[in-house]
Design a protein around this ligand. Structure first.
Ligand SMILES: NC(=O)c1ccc[n+]([C@@H]2O[C@H](COP(=O)([O-])OP(=O)(O)OC[C@H]3O[C@@H](n4cnc5c(N)ncnc54)[C@H](O)[C@@H]3O)[C@@H](O)[C@H]2O)c1
Length: 313
């Protein structure tokens, strides 16, 4: 039986990944401090004898009691723009000290493989689109988004150095906007915002003129990509974009959600945040070639599933 450790496993993507591996009869350990995740995201797993939940901060935890793992996934990090202002130091600490403690554990326990959840935000406000992995990015190191963007860039640099110094098998996923059930309703991400505003017949808040683009990946596609990235052989040191290349303007996403919810909400335009990226679209050539992966769920059907989830809350 495979042993899988998922840091951040009570969060949005992590809870789906936990469920996926349990479905494959793996033993799943989750470490989560619940700063943005929730126990209810994994409550249905508690009766599964192969599921172990540890409430702890990855930066402060004593890992000595944990076994060796086949795969260690690190998804622990707040990711919502609202939190960049509220808990910037926690975000920086998690992506630096937290990651280093986890890397030291991987090294000491001789765990086989590690996968780190990085982000398309390492490309900043990109000057090339779609963004390939070899694009270095256009990132402001001194601004309101820097705690997250530079936190993840620091994390990638740390991983590079651990691989070269200790020869660890670590892979990096650069995740583009992902959505689906278990998203936190209040975390200010575009899809959850629009759906909940539409369901409550409130105005859909578009920042800027809405011509900026996003490419949204349904969570089951993302989880399958994560599974492949963790389980395929010979991927040590690879950095791979995971996301859906179906690029849409924010205003088109708002209109689509309004239509699917059958909502009378208006669309209101507010000032855009500092350093908000104008284009977001993954080049997934590498994921297609190395993982034989591409997203299967189109935006309309993914949104239908997500709307049903938010309606059920
Ligand atoms: N969802 C997206 O669109 C997206 C896009 C790019 C990157 N990512 C990355 O994917 C990962 C998961 O994102 P998500 O959307 O599921 O976010 P999320 O906030 O739902 O999940 C993160 C989880 O990590 C936990 N956590 C945070 N700091 C921790 C710490 N110090 N110790 C232990 N647990 C901690 C949180 O409580 C939460 O359960 C994050 O690393 C994020 O940066 C997500």
């Amino acid at each position: 039986m495979n042993k899988i450790l998922i840091a951040g496993g009570a969060g949005f993507i992590g809870s789906h990944l936990s469920r996926y591996f349990l479905g494959l009869m793996s033993e799943v350990w989750v470490i989560d401090n619940l700063v943005t995740g929730s126990r209810t995201n994994v409550a249905d797993l508690d009766n599964n004898p192969n599921f172990h939940f540890v409430e702890a901060d990855i930066a402060d935890y004593d890992y000595s009691a944990l076994p060796q793992f086949d795969i260690v996934y690190d998804l622990a990090s707040p990711a919502s723009p609202i939190l960049f202002e509220k808990i910037p130091l926690e975000i920086l600490k998690t992506n630096s000290f937290g990651l280093m403690k986890l890397l030291d554990f991987v090294k000491k326990s001789h765990s086989k493989t590690m996968v780190f959840a990085s982000t398309s935000e390492v490309y900043g406000d990109p000057q090339v689109s779609p963004q390939p992995e070899n694009y270095f990015g256009n990132v402001n190191s001194y601004g309101p988004r820097a705690c997250y963007d530079e936190g993840k860039r620091f994390a990638e640099a740390t991983i590079y150095s651990y691989i070269s110094k200790y020869d660890l098998d670590i892979r990096i996923a650069r995740i583009f906007n992902t959505y689906g059930p278990n998203m936190n309703k209040a975390d200010g991400r575009v899809i959850s915002n629009f759906i909940n505003q539409a369901l409550e017949n409130k105005p859909l808040t578009v920042y800027g003129d809405g011509t900026q683009t996003r490419s949204c990946c349904y969570v089951s596609d993302m989880v399958h990509g994560f599974y492949l990235l963790g389980t395929k052989e010979n991927l040590k040191g690879n950095v791979i974009n995971l996301g859906n290349p179906d690029e849409r303007t924010i205003v088109d996403i708002a209109k689509l959600i309004k239509k699917l919810v059958k909502s009378d909400s208006k669309i209101s335009f507010l000032p855009i945040g500092e350093d908000d990226p104008k284009r977001r679209c993954p080049d997934i050539t590498k994921a297609r070639q190395l993982l034989d992966w591409s997203p299967k769920i189109n935006l309309e059907s993914g949104l239908e599933k997500t709307i049903s989830y938010f309606k059920s809350l």
